[in-house]
Design a protein around this ligand. Structure first.
Ligand SMILES: [Zn+2]
Length: 308
């Protein structure tokens, strides 16, 4: 191979969820008439559909443009920790990417230290589950907490279930006490998510990024998740490396939300309303690919081996 590939990492947006629906075949034309989420699509997908998705997602379009390979995870979905794991595993398998493009997603999908290789007691005990699990815990008790408002929450604070220690740690980090009402509890959990994101980005993630940058170009796409995008935008290290996306008005946007607002046909549901699928449309993937190519060309990045 004369050309270095690109590793793309991210979530279902990078994987290309739902693009199968754009195939003009009887099966997919029929599928457009009903709700189509990951598992619905998985049930009827086949080899040619997988090929179509892989070729038409932005990673595939960029790879085709340069005549190079792209490495995307086999499985749909992901978070920052799984993205880094995918990048490291791919490099360790002998792949030498010229460029790595990491699409940020919802930061709350990450485990406690945003790192699946962390073996601290909290990560071990939690089984590296997402910090968002604690929000499920809050939601599960929503009715009890709402009705009890300002009364003691002793029953809820026993932490006897599996992952009890993990929840106890998160509740303690969040400085939640037994007198919270649902609203204050919810806000404190949101605040601890934000605190964990900033701390982990600063102490763990950016160091991992800097290590990758010693041998590869590393660029980002912003997160579609507003709270995560707001946190990421506080880090110059990240915004300096974020690829601007070309809006419907021809202007460039580093922030995902503002960019998406300029597009008339961002989600798949704008093409096929009955699918209720809000992942990027085929048109959006093309715009993202064009934005990435435009950015690489402006930077003078060449993929032929031997170029620096
Ligand atoms: Zn840990």
């Amino acid at each position: 191979m004369d050309y270095n590939p690109i590793i793309f990492a991210g979530c279902s947006y990078t994987w290309g969820e739902g693009l199968e629906l754009y195939q003009e075949t009887p099966k997919w034309i029929e599928a457009r008439k009903s709700n189509q989420h990951h598992y619905d699509i998985l049930k009827i997908t086949d080899e040619s559909s997988i090929k179509f998705r892989e070729e038409n997602r932005f990673a595939g379009l960029v790879a085709k443009h340069y005549g190079i390979d792209s490495y995307v995870t086999e499985e749909n979905g992901g978070n920052l920790a799984s993205s880094i794991r995918h990048i490291e595993n791919t490099i360790n398998s002998g792949v030498h990417p010229k460029v790595i493009v990491l699409q940020h997603t919802n930061l709350n999908r990450n485990p406690y230290h945003y790192d699946y290789s962390c073996n601290c007691p909290v990560c071990l005990q939690s089984g590296w589950v997402s910090i968002f699990d604690v929000m499920d815990w809050v939601n599960r008790y929503q009715n009890i907490i709402t009705n009890m408002s300002h009364e003691t929450l002793d029953d809820i604070f026993t932490f006897k279930e599996i992952r009890g220690y993990y929840f106890e740690k998160l509740v303690s980090d969040a400085k939640i006490n037994r007198q919270e009402n649902f609203e204050s509890l919810y806000n404190k959990v949101k605040n601890v998510f934000s605190y964990l994101a900033k701390t982990n980005l600063e102490k763990i993630i950016i160091n991992k990024f800097k290590k990758l940058e010693q041998n590869h170009h590393l660029f980002f796409l912003d997160s579609w998740h507003k709270d995560s995008s707001d946190i990421l935008s506080e880090f110059d290290y990240i915004t300096d490396r974020t690829i601007p996306l070309i809006g419907g008005d021809g202007k460039e946007y580093k922030g995902w939300g503002k960019w998406q607002d300029t597009l008339d046909n961002f989600p798949i549901s704008s093409s096929y309303p009955h699918t209720d699928n809000h992942h990027p449309s085929l048109e959006s993937h093309k715009i993202i690919a064009k934005s990435i190519i435009n950015f690489f060309d402006k930077k003078g990045i060449k993929f032929k081996k031997g170029y620096i």
